[in-house]
Design a protein around this ligand. Sequence first.
Ligand code: NAI
Ligand code: ENO
Length: 309
Amino acid sequence: MELPVVKRVAIIGIGLIGSSLARAAREYGAAGSVALYDGSADVRARAREIGLGDVYDDVSDCVRDADIVILATPVGVMGALVQTFASAMKADAILTDVGSVKKAVVDAALESVPDHIHFIPGHPIAGTEKSGPDAGFASLFRDRWCILTPATELADDAGQAALKRLSDFWTVIGSQVQVMDVERHDRVLAITSHLPHLIAFNIVGTAHDLESVDQGDVIKFSAGGFRDFTRIAASDPIMWRDVFLNNKDAVLEMLGRFNEDLAALQRAIRWGEGEQLRSFFERTRGIRQSIIDAGQDTDADNFGRDTKK
Ligand SMILES: NC(=O)C1=CN([C@@H]2O[C@H](COP(=O)(O)OP(=O)(O)OC[C@H]3O[C@@H](n4cnc5c(N)ncnc54)[C@H](O)[C@@H]3O)[C@@H](O)[C@H]2O)C=CC1
Ligand SMILES: O=C(O)C(=O)Cc1ccc(O)cc1
């Protein structure tokens, strides 16, 4: 494949994901140049300071010459944001995003997407608990999945070419692309990502509440299990508020199922059903092994990723 994949990429939202994309696009040659915009003047100033790309104070100026425009803000603002700049995008350009929820974003954005551009929502399954422009790093997307959820209108030749262009962009920065429909995406991510985060937020909150009863012992003696939860529970509050508000149905469905299964474990503990507990834990140990066998290194926090940047 010829590099760069596109002449210019525009990234809106210069936080963990946006700044990682800016670094990756340049480092791996996915884009000839990078245009950036963020709603926060402080973040724009910081992005200029660390030299992440051409930083604009106006979002329409930022997207005007871009072949690909990537929304990397919290999902709750994406719909309104698209309205402010979509008409400034050039013909045949691609509009995409990195939001952790797809259906609500697509529904909110679709009505303001003009006919002259290709709208291909996306979601890299890569991240950390950190946020902001200093938290990003170029290798974040390497050996990670990126899910694309194109609308069926892409069936024509120009749409297919746009999908190929966007897939090539993600491939060059190290990701493996999977096309999926939006509903399936939101259900799969509800159980694999959104619910685990909710459980982490909850258990850390509960333990902190108990702390006043136990006078510091909960935190003092928190070995592996609890520490791992605290990393996830340190994730960005605005981002995660938006995820839960925008993937409400799928999260509530998975939570219902989770509560039933938890009640079964509770019952097994109450009635001393050791064999039931052992065989359940045997099955879950096997699941982790199959993730490792599939090539995902789970030895360290965050699947082996260095999250200390
Ligand atoms: N953090 C993670 O691990 C992952 C996050 N995502 C998704 O990526 C998106 C961005 O997340 P992060 O980079 O982690 O967040 P972040 O908090 O690090 O960065 C978000 C940036 O968006 C800016 N912003 C907020 N509202 C804006 C607006 N109206 N106009 C312009 N800029 C605005 C903020 O000032 C901030 O700089 C979210 O939609 C999230 O669901 C996807 C994969 C992983
Ligand atoms: O830090 C972690 O372990 C994550 O799970 C990162 C993450 C957060 C949100 C996403 O939509 C995708 C990946």
